[in-house]
Design a protein around this ligand. Structure first.
Ligand code: ASP
Length: 330
């Protein structure tokens, strides 16, 4: 009997050790998200959503699905939800339209795809993946990107599909502030979604999808579709998805800088992320945050704003769901 127990214990320890590490982290935007400013009901809705999304992604990884599939399916859950500034629920441009951006990167061979300024594609992250896998290019924008989408069999949706009352009010408030020469009160630039994973094959994948910033003009494109700024993945260092004031994230090449600090400077994931987000971006005035994962399945979720919608499950199966400044485990 005793022997049997030892054998069983041995087998279960062996299979745990044999399993490749997997991990996932996601964000739903960073910004002035403060306790008390949101109803209990809305807070519970966000928490439940973040919990379900991260659990679904983790289960898919456990079943052996590729990191690319997992990043796309989890981002699509968020694009389809009006809670986030991506897909349905995206913010409005100054002219009352929607211009969506997204990108995805695979860390094995540094394959990447990105799209910008879309107004009729339901799932920008799916199109970013198709650009990566089905075109010779990395980044497509505007009408060209939409023509490519149709060639690839994406059915266009009407621009109204993305609209929500909440974002319409945010645009009106933003315009009123700007026209009165006031600093816009409401957060007008946050709510982007992003997912990073380590899959069973040892690949790191990152993806990001956004409506950009409320009231944006002149075809403005943020960091989310810019490889190296809002999204980056390299199996030798890490996978990063960012959210925040895109102009700063582009200038500081945030996602690539975090990975480069690991690759060339021997920083840990947490150190690299904190240096960039808490030191460099704060010094420059760039608000936002990142989620990231490394080849061992360690996770970092770092932000310099009062809150960031986030969730993760690391290689030790530790689950975190958080909104405000401290980590909260369900
Ligand atoms: N980074 C996005 C942009 O600048 C906005 C966000 O993260 O919410 O377009």
């Amino acid at each position: 009997m005793k022997h049997c127990l030892w054998i069983l214990l041995g087998i279960s320890m062996m299979s745990a050790a044999d399993e490749s590490p997997i991990a996932i982290a996601l964000h739903g935007g960073a910004g002035t998200i403060e306790r008390g400013a949101m109803s209990e009901e809305l807070e519970a809705t966000y928490r439940a959503f973040l919990h379900d999304a991260v659990t679904s992604g983790y289960e898919q990884l456990r079943e052996g699905r590729s990191g690319l599939d997992v990043v796309v399916t989890v981002i699509q859950m968020m694009e389809d939800s009006p809670l986030f500034n991506a897909g349905r629920g995206a913010v409005y441009t100054w002219n009352g339209a929607h211009e969506l951006d997204a990108s995805i990167m695979h860390g094995e061979k540094l394959d990447a795809g990105a799209v910008a300024g879309l107004s009729t594609v339901q799932s920008p992250i799916a199109l970013a993946r198709t650009v990566m896998e089905g075109s010779p290019h990395v980044m497509l924008a505007g009408p060209g990107a939409e023509a490519f989408a149709q060639e690839q069999g994406f059915d266009p949706v009407s621009p109204e599909y993305f609209g929500t009352e909440r974002r319409r009010e945010a645009l009106e408030a933003y315009k009123a502030d700007e026209q009165a020469g006031r600093k816009p009160e409401a957060d007008h630039k946050f709510g982007t979604v992003g997912v990073v994973v380590l899959d069973q094959a040892g690949n790191l994948v990152a993806g990001t999808s956004t409506g950009g910033m409320t009231g944006k003009r002149w075809g403005r494109i943020g960091d989310s579709p810019v490889i190296g700024a809002g999204t980056y993945a390299d199996n030798r260092s890490c996978a990063v998805s960012a959210t925040g004031h895109g102009e700063y994230f582009i200038r500081h090449t945030v996602a690539r800088d975090i990975c480069a600090r690991m690759q060339f400077g021997a920083a840990t994931l947490e150190e690299a992320a904190r240096t960039v987000v808490i030191e460099e971006l704060v010094a420059a005035g760039g608000e936002g945050g990142i989620v990231a994962v490394d080849p061992a399945g360690k996770v970092a979720m770092v932000f310099n704003t009062p809150g960031m919608y986030r969730a993760s499950i690391d290689a030790t199966s530790r689950k975190v769901v958080g909104i405000y400044g401290e980590d909260e485990t369900p």
